[in-house]
Design a protein around this ligand. Structure first.
Ligand SMILES: Nc1ncnc2c1ncn2[C@@H]1O[C@H](COP(=O)(O)OP(=O)(O)OP(=O)(O)O)[C@@H](O)[C@H]1O
Length: 394
């Protein structure tokens, strides 16, 4: 059966009271953006406590569901039939037609669950449940009622119009993008940072990303991989700006002037500083990284504190308490894993010491960085000038 409408269910948390309309409007905007990429004509509208998507003519069902199931804020997508007439006899006919069209095999148990929001409609919810149940049983005697644990719950909502639905396809949950500010993701080609970006975007934060490459030490294909990862994240976050910075000269300077066991941490601190500059230019309120405690030498608590000290914006690390396996599971779920494990070089892994410091002390690191005085400001300026911005969308 080709549905002409979807009922969109959204989470209740944080949407009570005065903020509700803002949440709903932001969600409708994200739904419209997501459906722009789908073949067909869609109309998104709302009614108290409900958002609908109506299709005008033919459309790509699979693609529409796939796009909607990635819109943060949606908890369920219910393909539904809408009846404009409030005639009770007509409703009985339509309910039977609905069951017949949606369920070719009838050997299952069911229950009708009516919500009578329009109190002018005759009867009570219970009496309508009983009558519609009977009509369905008469039409399809092989079906059985089970009020406690039905295989299928047939929902009938009597509002401005009547909605009939029984299937709920899960959405990703979270909050609509744009309801919680914006942040800058430090996106590498690894497994973790795309997952970190996804998790913060899920809270309604608009993300943009920055990638540091080091040509000729890192290749065009490594860069292509990061663009691909940004595209995959944008399936959820919506279109995002990816900034690409040439970091080679800064890395070479650090390599030449600073102790080699501190290379990674000093490099990371300069990445933070540049990421923060771009973030501030664009009005972002935080940075995001894919770090988790103890994963590698540069992610011990001391290292994370030393990295933090390079930035004044707060650094969000949504994976901080996650095991690698847990991160891998999310990356598989959101579809970034296969791309992340492609074996291309990252600038951090090229200039790496055999025995990096695991417990850096901020004063020592700052003292080492003094060796860059006189050259680093200019190198940072030059790096900023290499900035390439790509608008990425899936
Ligand atoms: N080349 C880069 N460009 C932008 N951000 C980077 C880059 N390299 C590292 N980062 C940021 O620093 C974090 C820590 O990097 P590191 O290489 O130590 O960790 P990782 O656990 O391998 O992370 P990932 O899997 O995201 O690469 C990354 O999660 C990312 O946010």
């Amino acid at each position: 059966m080709k549905y002409k409408s979807f009922l969109i269910k959204y989470g209740e948390i944080g949407v009570k009271g005065k903020n509700r309309y803002m949440f709903e409007d932001a969600l409708m905007k994200q739904i419209r953006t997501a459906l722009k990429e789908v073949e067909g004509k869609f109309n998104v509208s709302k009614e108290l406590g409900r958002i609908y998507v109506d299709m005008d003519g033919d459309y790509d069902y699979e693609e529409a569901i796939d796009r909607l199931s990635k819109v943060f804020g949606i908890v369920g997508i219910c393909p539904m039939v809408r009846i404009e007439s409030k005639d009770y006899e007509n409703l009985k006919v339509k309910v039977v037609e609905y069951v017949d069209a949606v369920y070719p095999y009838k050997n299952f148990t069911f229950k009708v669950d009516t919500r009578r929001a329009d109190k002018s409609f005759p009867g009570t919810s219970e009496s309508i449940n009983a009558e519609l149940g009977e009509v369905i049983l008469n039409a399809f005697p092989e079906m059985k009622v089970n009020v406690r644990k039905p295989d299928v719950l047939i929902k009938v909502e009597i509002r401005t119009y009547i909605n009939i639905y029984s299937v709920e396809i899960p959405g990703p949950g979270g909050m609509p993008i744009g309801t919680n500010g914006s942040a800058m993701l430090l996106l590498s080609g690894g497994i973790d940072s795309p997952v970190a970006g996804y998790m913060i975007a899920k809270r309604g934060v608009r993300v943009e990303a920055v990638y540091f490459h080091a040509p000729p030490y890192t290749s065009e294909r490594a860069k292509r991989k990061v663009i691909e990862l940004a595209e995959l994240v944008s399936k959820y976050s919506g279109p995002l700006n990816l900034h690409i910075i040439n970091f080679t000269d800064i890395q070479l300077a650090i390599y030449e002037h600073c102790p080699h066991d501190e290379l990674t941490i000093i490099m990371r601190r300069y990445m933070m500083k540049i990421a923060e500059r771009i973030a501030v230019e664009n009005g972002d309120q935080a940075l995001i990284t894919g770090e988790s405690i103890g994963q590698v030498a540069s992610q011990t608590i001391q290292s994370l504190l030393t990295t933090d000290a390079a930035a004044t914006l707060p650094v969000f690390r949504p994976l901080i308490g996650f095991d690698k396996q847990e991160i891998v599971e999310i990356s598989e779920k959101i579809g970034t894993y296969e791309t992340s494990i492609q074996p291309y070089e990252d600038c951090c892994t090229i200039f790496v010491a055999k025995h990096p410091v695991t417990k850096p002390v901020l004063e020592n690191i700052e003292r080492s960085e003094e060796k860059l005085e006189g050259i680093i400001d200019e190198l940072m300026e030059k790096a900023m000038e290499t900035k390439e911005r790509i608008l990425v969308k899936a």
